[in-house]
Design a protein around this ligand. Structure first.
Ligand code: ADP
Length: 477
């Protein structure tokens, strides 16, 4: 497939930068070369901060209504190109076309939602104890934001970060994942076409360490918003400590799905398929561990295995594919390694268990997985479901919580009191009761523990890009 990709250059301020070297981007399903993107470095990273810093004054001083109008035009242009962007997304990332379409709609919903939320950045007035004083609280944009995004949702992660930042009045320097920069480059071009001024949104492709080091050290970068591994999150935190940046870190998870004895099993099954196999399991909110109550374990497992057996693995561009390839050889090796380790440690293989070809991994179901196995402790990021059983709520809660991460857990129960108990006692930034499709533009997404901090989505999401300023006004009493 040949894409019409006119500008394989990075928009930095008024420049289209190509640099002297480039990196090849390949389709993970076929190995085919899709495009080459600039291999930029420290110099261009600094240039991007210069551009974002220069643009900040006028962007932040414009009205929220002006910014909303531009964001809405951007969303319209993205929507006009849903079909071609979805094909590009599937080609660079591997996910089935229907999922790419869904990702575009989901990602763009953040642009539309934050275009409106820009108008609702309300301050406060606080009654003073003194008659000769008035107290105002202003909310102001932080300044230049560095946004660093992963490869699993190349469109949605860019839009989920950039839209609230721009709505708040911040300007952005963006580094997409090296595996999937093509859709990000297109989104930045569309922002320019929508009339978002030069320097407000800048993109730099190239070696992460070099670009990241410049941005973390630069005092003009006031905020970092990052989705990726805990290891890199920690590094960014330590690198940015010298300049005391505000951080939003979304660092992956290890979700448990707890299916109680009173669960609606049909609903739990459908939530399991989406919660486990979307994007071939390569999502941070993917179900890593299924905890099944003894009473329903057998019937759930039989029906689940049948549904998993019916999944079609293939090139994402084939409309009948449910599962595409894993992103690369390293990702596939890790999944293989975790499955083999679990089998050696006593897990039972019910389905799949191995790679099919290239980086396509067979949808896999393992039973008898115990909490101490590596596969239960580490984020799998592959189409592998790990089943185990429990017989009381205390044990399920303890097992779900007994991990280093705390992004999301899911619970299936028809009992209100039980739903409340799990919601309150599970250690996670999010809990899904009777559903796994929980992420949306209007609710706060994010984690606790080693999953990071800060929230994306909802009014909490725009606050991440704002600072509170207290103004005390003395007046004649
Ligand atoms: P994954 O293992 O899922 O690729 P990473 O945390 O390595 O997760 O990558 C997420 C994003 O962070 C990508 O854009 C990647 O290029 C970037 N990244 C990786 N290492 C660094 C670094 N040292 N500094 C800045 N960004 C980095």
């Amino acid at each position: 497939m040949v894409f019409d990709l006119p500008s394989q250059s990075c928009r930095i301020g008024s420049l289209q930068v190509t640099g002297s070297a480039s990196s090849t981007i390949r389709n993970p399903a076929t190995g085919e070369i899709l495009a080459c993107v600039p291999h930029l470095g420290a110099k261009e990273a600094a240039l991007a901060v210069d551009a974002a810093s220069s643009a900040f004054r006028s962007w932040s001083r414009g009205t929220a209504y002006d910014r909303a109008a531009l964001l809405t035009r951007w969303a319209d242009l993205i929507e006009d190109r849903y079909a071609s962007l979805a094909e590009l997304l599937t080609a660079e990332q591997g996910k089935p076309l229907k999922e790419a379409q869904r990702e575009l709609r989901y990602g763009n919903s953040f642009v539309r939602w934050y275009a409106e939320e820009a108008k609702r950045v309300y301050g406060e007035t606080i009654p003073s104890e003194r008659a000769d004083q008035r107290i105002l609280i202003l909310k102001q944009p932080l300044g230049v934001v560095a946004a660093i995004t992963p490869w699993n949702f190349p469109v949605a992660m860019v839009l989920r970060k950039v839209a609230p930042a721009l709505a708040a009045g911040c300007t952005v320097v963006l580094k997409p994942a090296p595996e999937t920069p093509l859709s990000a480059l297109q989104l930045v071009e569309l922002a320019a076409q929508a009339g978002i001024p030069e320097g407000v949104l800048n993109i730099v492709t190239g070696p992460a360490e070099d670009i990241g080091a410049v941005w973390m050290a630069d005092p003009r970068v006031r905020k970092v918003t990052f989705t990726g591994s805990t290891e890199v999150g920690r590094l960014l935190m330590s690198q940015s400590a010298r300049t005391l940046k505000k951080l939003t870190l979304e660092l992956g998870g290890n979700a448990a799905m707890i299916v109680c004895a009173d669960a609606d099993l049909a609903r739990a099954l459908s939530g399991s398929m989406f919660g486990k196999f979307r994007n071939a399991g390569q999502t941070c909110i993917s179900v890593n561990r299924f905890l099944l109550h003894d009473h329903i374990a057998q019937s759930f497992t039989e029906r689940f295995v049948e549904q998993v057996r019916s999944l079609r693995v293939g090139n994402g561009s084939d409309p009948s594919s449910d599962i595409g390839p894993l992103i690369n050889e390293d990702g596939c090796n890790k999944v293989e390694d975790l499955v083999n380790d679990a089998l050696r440690s006593g897990a039972t293989l019910l389905l799949g268990g191995k790679r099919i070809k290239g980086t396509f991994f067979a949808p896999t179901v393992l039973a008898d997985v115990t909490p101490s196995m590596r596969i239960a402790q580490e984020e799998i990021f592959g189409p592998v479901a790990c089943l185990s059983t429990f017989n009381d709520d205390d044990t399920a809660i303890r097992t779900a919580n007994d991990i280093s991460h705390g992004l999301v857990h899911y619970v299936y129960t028809e009992q209100l009191s039980r739903a409340f108990r799990y919601s309150e006692e599970l250690e996670a930034g999010m809990v899904g009761i009777n559903g796994t499709a929980i992420s949306c533009a209007h609710a706060p997404f994010g984690g606790i523990k080693q999953s990071g901090y800060g929230r994306e989505g909802g009014h909490h999401g725009i606050d991440e890009f704002l600072q509170v300023k207290y103004v005390s006004i003395g007046i004649a009493s």
